[in-house]
Structures are given as structure tokens and as C-alpha cells.
Design a binder for this molecule. Sequence first.
Ligand SMILES: [Zn+2]
Length: 82
Amino acid sequence: MEFKKCERCGCFFISEDNVCCNCKTKDRADTIKLQNFIEEHGTSCSIEEISSQTGITIKNLNRFESINKIADIDKDNINIEL
Ligand SMILES: [Zn+2]
């Protein structure tokens, strides 16, 4: 295990993930918002449009895109407790 810098908030944490546990929750929420947006609007919107309509920052959208192909996000792997 080594210290990692959270890609989302910049804090240091120890985990196998790229974001800290606080941000993991936020990432999941954003992923669901993104998924819902894509279901409604398809994947033809620009990242700026998606950002302004979902409230997800462009930086985070770019991260999600590089982690997962956005359209391939597997809903069954998303479990969120709000
Ligand atoms: Zn974080």
C-alpha cells in the first residue's frame, strides 16, 4: 500500500483506487447522473453541454471518460446509497 493523491480533491489517502473514499461516493453519484443524461440525450452531446446540464465538472467528465468508456458504464456495478 502506498499513499496516493486523490484525483478529485487532491487529498492523500491509502487505497487501491484513484480517488479517496469521500470522492468515491461523489464519483458514483456523478456517474449515475452521467448515465441518466446519456440515456436521455445519447452520446452526441459535447462534454461542455454534458457538464452544464449535469453539473459534473469537465475535469471529472474527462476522468470518467478515461477510466471507463462513458457509454459502457455498467449499471449493475453502481450501487449508491443516498
Ligand atoms: Zn478525494
